[in-house]
Design a protein around this ligand. Structure first.
Ligand code: PLP
Length: 471
């Protein structure tokens, strides 16, 4: 398709399709029910030689592709952490695609660089982050953490590993046993080897045990090892537990260790003054990230990454080949030097649309409503004879399990809960995932989808009760 008239017609049709999709999203099973290879078997093995029209492609999209889609925008999606979106975000993303600018440096689209700086400063202020920090958008939290670990590596080695590679392998990176797998991945990519990751045990609330962290660091220092970085998590993936930042930051400060804070999901809650307690100690951290693409109604991908010392970040990544030399270099932010990829999408635009369209107050109202719904769900669990909460609720995240009084054996409880999870997800009505809390298999109810309301969670609770296994 290369004809503007044809494009206009197809695009108008597509907008109608998108609006219908969002209005009728509950017509699709939340979790795709296809079997492995089912989609692939319907696609030709070689690329088509001849062109086909939009109508044909859309027909195949609806018949072949859509059944293999899990509908993350369904308000009854409660699995993992959400990857939520919103109409304003979608509009911003459409413009980003339409412009299709590659925003690697200021010169390749000054507005992209300056809007990025501005919206990240807005969020920094609105969330109570240290005012002297600088922000940059990374594609994902995994990339943000990689940037942090690489910068910490360079700082601890006085920028020598970038040039000369590793001279020894005595480095240590600390996190808790509940930390997201992206930390180990970043450590592996950074060349430390996963043996350098020291997973500190957690307490009963699945928060990093700071006395054990202190002991581990002291023991390592005594043995001539080199602590590089501690990763604290605000909102662990399993239970949304919040690591105690203040004591962790004091330990890091005492030993001059880079402190990276992964608040991928829970960070958005910092917009709410009543949840700022979790960042006490943040001023002594070195880097912090959260994902607007999780709980801030901004479609994937969009990670806000903040650093105390942006010079250290740039020094870690900067390369200046002839073809990227510009007159403005050094006067402006060339974000290609602030992370791994050279090429960058114009992600700030969708964030700008979201923040302006909802206003901070609109976003906060939604977050508070999600937390209220989680409290309600928690009450239902607490008052049910057949279910129990397995750990304290954190924000809009409740871990619970089926625990009828007739059953006392852990193994049997695990099987019953696995069966319940399978039946719920096979119903197509809602989607949940599981975790383990102190050895107990349980279900995670994350109430954070953009458009979730009380009717949705009432229907969820009714379905959970309806499908609970017979004992
Ligand atoms: N950190 C935490 C705590 C997470 O829960 C997740 C994903 O759920 C990540 C990092 C990775 O996020 P991303 O997909 O943006 O890399």
């Amino acid at each position: 398709m290369n004809d503007p008239i044809e494009f206009r017609k197809a695009a108008h049709e597509l907008i109608d399709w998108i609006a219908d999709y969002h209005e009728n999203i509950d017509r699709y099973p939340v979790k795709s029910q296809v079997k492995p290879d089912e989609i692939k078997s319907k696609l030709p093995e070689s690329a088509p030689a001849d062109p086909v029209g939009f109508d044909n492609i859309m027909k195949d999209f609806e018949e072949i592709i859509l059944p293999g889609i899990t509908h993350w925008q369904n308000p009854r999606f409660h699995a993992y952490f959400p990857g939520n979106s919103s109409y304003p975000s979608l509009l911003g993303e459409m413009l980003t695609s339409a412009i299709a600018a590659q925003c690697m440096i200021w010169e390749t689209s000054p507005a992209a660089a300056e809007l990025e700086e501005r919206v990240l400063d807005w969020l920094k202020e609105a969330m109570g982050l240290p005012i002297n920090w600088k922000g940059v958008i990374q594609d994902t939290a995994s990339t943000g953490t990689l940037a942090a670990i690489l910068t910490a590596r360079e700082q601890v080695s006085n920028y020598s590993i970038n040039k000369a590679g590793f001279e020894h392998s005595n480095y240590r990176i600390y996190c808790s046993t509940e930390t997201h797998s992206s930390i180990e991945k970043a450590v592996k990519i950074a060349g430390f080897g996963s043996k350098s990751v020291i997973q500190i045990p957690v307490d009963q609330n699945l928060q990093l045990d700071t006395s054990l962290l202190k002991e581990a660091i002291s023991a390592d220092l005594n043995n001539g090892l080199v602590p590089v970085c501690v990763v604290a998590t605000l909102g662990t993936t399993g239970t949304c537990s919040i690591d105690p930042l203040k004591p962790i930051s004091s330990i890091c400060k005492k030993h001059n260790i880079w402190l990276h804070v992964d608040a991928a999901f829970a960070g958005t809650a910092l917009l709410l003054e009543e949840h700022r307690g979790m960042i006490s100690g943040l001023t002594d951290a070195d880097s912090f990230l959260f994902n607007p693409h999780k709980w801030m109604f901004t479609n994937f991908d969009c990670t806000a990454y903040y650093v105390k010392d942006s010079d250290a970040l740039v020094k870690t990544f900067e390369l200046l080949p002839e073809y990227l030399k510009t007159k403005t270099h050094g006067l402006v932010n060339d974000y290609r030097d602030w992370g791994v990829p050279l090429g960058r999408r114009f992600r700030a635009l969708k964030l700008w649309f979201v923040i302006r369209s909802y206003g901070l107050e609109g976003i906060k109202a939604k977050l508070r409503e999600h937390i209220r719904l989680a409290e309600l769900f928690e009450d239902w669990v607490n008052n049910s004879p057949d279910f129990e909460k397995v750990i304290q609720r954190s924000l809009c995240h409740v871990c619970f399990r089926f625990n009828p009084k007739e059953v006392n054996e852990e193994r049997e409880l695990e099987n019953l809960n696995k069966k319940l999870l399978e039946d719920l997800n096979a119903s197509g009505e809602m989607y949940l995932t599981h975790t383990k809390v102190n050895g107990k298999y349980c279900l995670r109810m994350v109430i954070a989808q953009t458009n979730v309301n009380e009717d949705h969670i009432k229907a969820d609770w009714a379905l959970i009760n309806q499908l609970k296994p017979q004992v």
